[in-house]
Design a protein around this ligand. Structure first.
Ligand SMILES: [Mg+2]
Length: 227
């Protein structure tokens, strides 16, 4: 029996990856004369190589948000051997362009509304609180329809930490087994949700990897099976 549906935000409802890619492309254009002729795919790849371990350190509480936000561009520029551009200048431009490119994942808005018409719903997301609140302002439907919004930075722990899932369940006063979580990340959403005793639907997942969750590839094909 499902009594509450929590949604992950980035790359489940809002297309974070596409926005990040487009923002890096804008930075590549805007700062072209500083970037030593490196092609955009190399810059995107290098950014990822440095961003992923920084997020891991941030998730483990080893570095602050401010350090993460600065270092990802410091490391990128260092790897590209660029000394003529300040990391903060690149970082500010990136964030402005990132916000500009936010959009729904195809079909996600309609699916969210359909599900919200049948169940109480909420948002459970990792990420920086300023960015996540700004997304909810940009797409007001999300906040209007959500009975609960849980942002990891405001609680002090990140997915897949069980404490965050426990906090989210308590907030809506629903037993873990009666909550469905819909998310795209194997580690944060699927493992986190299942370990917390929630039901999980894995967006763009791999059904060869988990037999205990529903996997779907497209919002158009998704529906909640009553039970
Ligand atoms: Mg996600």
């Amino acid at each position: 029996m499902i009594r509450f549906v929590y949604f992950d935000l980035d790359d489940t409802l809002i297309d974070h990856r596409r926005a990040e890619k487009a923002a890096l492309a804008d930075c590549h254009n805007h700062f072209a004369k500083h970037l030593n002729g490196y092609a955009l795919p190399h810059i995107q790849e290098t950014y990822h190589v440095h961003n992923v371990p920084l997020w891991r350190d941030y998730g483990a509480g080893l570095i602050s948000k401010e350090v993460l936000q600065r270092r990802r561009f410091e490391h990128l520029l260092h790897a590209l051997d660029v000394a003529s551009l300040a990391p903060d200048e690149l970082g500010s431009h990136y964030l402005r362009r990132y916000r500009h490119h936010w959009n729904w994942i195809d079909g996600a808005q309609q699916a969210f509304l359909d599900i919200a018409a049948r169940y109480p719903v909420g948002i459970l997301t990792n990420g920086f609180k300023e960015e996540q609140h700004a997304k909810l302002e940009r797409f007001p439907t999300l906040r209007e329809r959500s009975a609960a919004v849980v942002i990891s930075e405001e609680v002090g722990v990140m997915k897949p930490d069980l404490a965050l899932f426990a906090h989210a369940a308590e907030k809506v006063n629903v037993a873990p087994e009666n909550i469905l979580y819909i998310g795209d990340s194997l580690h944060s959403d699927v493992e986190g949700g299942r370990n917390a005793g929630w039901q999980v639907a894995w967006f763009r997942g791999d059904d060869g990897l988990r037999k205990d969750v529903r996997v779907f590839g497209d919002w158009g094909e998704f529906s909640i099976v009553a039970g």
